[in-house]
Design a protein around this ligand. Structure first.
Ligand code: AMP
Length: 553
């Protein structure tokens, strides 16, 4: 590929595994294997003295050094109080995640002999504002220029949309990964990909199936030895059982039964786990994914989508045959597995590639037409003939096919996966959260609404910015979480019921900007959400400084 196109890499930062991809000179997305020649890298971090080890070795080390190994860090993203302490230092989830990003990027650099600088990172559709911001910060700590954070199911749909013959279809992406479940309806057209609706649970994934096996093994150990001890209190045993549970689960995707041995306190117990038993102890988990899918379909109906054409399965946990079977039974369609481990990173890479082609087009259009490249909608407002010329020039210069260059202008529209609002009083004087941007609204979205001061001579208003899961207009405060605040100072002597106009703007990436305006004195506050649950300030500077001196293996 010509240097005229900047390489933007796609990284799937998964709960259990991560991977990196780029688009090659033929326009095909390619996964770059790690130093161990694996296409996916366990998202496991081992603090080994002054070294950080990520991946298979870290996962294996968990048995011997359970307290020095961190797994499933993605589940703690943007948790205000999560810190991992090692050697007198405290690490936030963003910093630990940055090591995983560094590992996949470093190994990719070794393989392809090029620096990884610009990246698109994926996150579950289910992530709220803070988790997205935390993901971005993880990328920044790792030293990347994070071009965009995109949703995993959207990435999978992009990968799917580009291999499909150009037929218009409505697709459900059923994404069951290691720690999260996302269900998303996507309308794939020739020149656009529209996310219609999204739902899921970010605490439901392969790990829950593992945990059920672990619980069963503990029971079996107690039954066979007659002991009542909770063997999971021993961190070595806990790690051991976690690893055996995941292995057995994978075996049961192929076979009817698997032997497992449990060693604890000098005793050894053998258990045979049958697929039947496994299905019995995990049936409610599959059911939960079906219920969440039905909830999402209900919401899609409200948006005029009564039907879908097919279901694609992504995420490693869809390899469990019971998932496809249950879906078939419920929806009478054949669910197809689509590149379950790799489609997300590949889709992110395609998205990155489109961004860089798009950048190239914009620069050329701006030069040709003497316009400012920062202008909004510059591509859409360029006359067709100039567009054609520029696309042709670019294709000739870069060696990328003309249709690929044109396709880079494809519209990809996502939806908000949460609702966002402010706390205000209802007519009955009770406080409630008034949602301005409602879940499953297409982004970017800008909504303005006027609220009124409850008292005369009020000096300021405190705006509490809230996030919640429902699509309702007004939600009880206790069903929302506060993601930030802003204070608007008011001019003196305002009467009761003075209007304050609040505008919420949610951008493509799920970043929320807030503006509050008091009209009589034209006072404005603007706020971008920044909360203590995301690493910032001195902590962020320290993490970046530390990252520069750190070796990740
Ligand atoms: P992902 O986050 O998409 O990489 O998915 C990882 C999850 O998929 C982990 O919980 C794995 O244990 C699970 N997984 C991978 N392969 C299989 C398999 N063959 N059978 C069952 N689960 C699997």
């Amino acid at each position: 590929m010509s240097d005229a196109i900047k390489k933007i890499f796609g990284i799937d930062l998964g709960t259990t595994y991560s991977s990196i991809a780029y688009v090659d000179e033929y326009g095909k997305p390619v996964i770059i294997p790690n130093a161990e020649n694996q296409r996916i890298t366990p998202s496991v971090v081992f603090f080994d003295g002054s070294e950080i080890v990520v991946g298979d070795v870290a996962k294996e080390s968990a048995k011997l050094y359970p307290n020095e190994v961190v797994s499933f860090i993605k589940r703690s993203m943007a948790e205000a109080y999560f810190v991992y302490e090692y050697d007198g230092k405290q690490y936030r989830p963003e910093e630990i995640s940055s090591y995983i990003l560094r590992k996949v990027a470093q190994d990719a650099e070794q393989t392809i002999g090029e620096k990884v600088k610009d990246v698109v990172i994926t996150c579950p559709a289910y992530f709220g504002i803070n988790e997205r911001e935390a993901t971005r910060r993880a990328g920044e700590i790792a030293g990347f220029n994070v071009r965009q954070i995109i949703n995993e199911p959207t990435a999978a749909a992009i990968a799917y949309g580009t291999v499909q013959e150009t037929e218009n279809r409505v697709v459900l992406v059923y994404d069951l990964g290691g720690g999260t479940f996302d269900i998303t309806m996507i309308d794939i057209q020739e020149s656009s990909i529209d996310v219609i609706c999204t739902g899921g649970d970010h605490n439901l994934g392969g790990k829950d199936w593992d945990d059920r096996i672990v619980a069963y093994l503990v029971q079996e150990f107690q039954r066979q030895t007659g002991s009542e001890e909770d063997i999971l209190e021993d961190p070595d045993t806990w790690q051991d059982l976690q690893l055996s549970a995941e292995k057995s689960k994978k075996i049961l995707s192929q076979r009817d039964k698997t032997p497992i041995s449990i060693t604890h306190g000098g005793e050894r117990v053998k258990v045979e786990l049958s697929r039947e038993k496994f299905l019995e102890i995990t049936a409610d988990l599959v059911e939960r994914t079906i219920a969440l899918t039905n909830d999402m379909l209900q919401e899609a109906k409200a948006k005029g989508y009564e039907q879908f054409d097919e279901i694609i399965l992504v995420g490693g946990s869809t390899r469990m045959p019971q998932v496809g079977e249950r879906i078939r039974q419920e929806f009478s369609v054949d669910a197809r597995m689509f590149d379950p481990d790799e489609s997300v990173a590949k889709g992110a890479a395609i998205y990155g590639w489109k961004l860089s082609l798009n950048d190239g087009l914009i620069t050329r259009i701006a030069e040709k037409t003497n316009r400012n490249p920062e202008e909004e909608d510059i591509i859409k407002t360029t006359p067709k003939q100039i567009m054609e010329e520029v696309a042709k020039e670019m294709s000739e210069e870069t060696g990328v096919t003309l249709s690929a260059v044109k396709q880079s202008t494809m519209d990809i529209r996502d939806v908000a996966s949460k609702s966002f609002g402010v706390v205000a009083r209802r007519p009955n004087d009770e406080e409630g959260v008034f949602n301005l941007i409602r879940k499953n609204t297409t982004v970017p979205s800008e909504i303005r609404r006027t609220f009124y001061t409850p008292e005369a001579n009020q000096e300021r208003v405190l705006i509490r910015i809230m996030e919640n899961e429902t699509g309702d207009k007004v939600v009880p405060v206790e069903h929302s979480i506060e993601i930030g605040t802003a204070v608007l100072d008011l001019p003196a002597g305002l009467p009761e019921d003075s209007p304050v106009e609040i505008t919420f703007k949610l951008d493509r990436e799920g970043c929320l900007n807030i503006k509050a305006l008091e009209t009589s004195a034209n006072r404005i506050v603007q706020a971008k959400i920044e909360t203590s649950s995301v690493i910032q300030g001195k902590e962020l500077e320290d993490a970046i400084a530390r990252a520069q001196h750190l070796v990740v293996h």
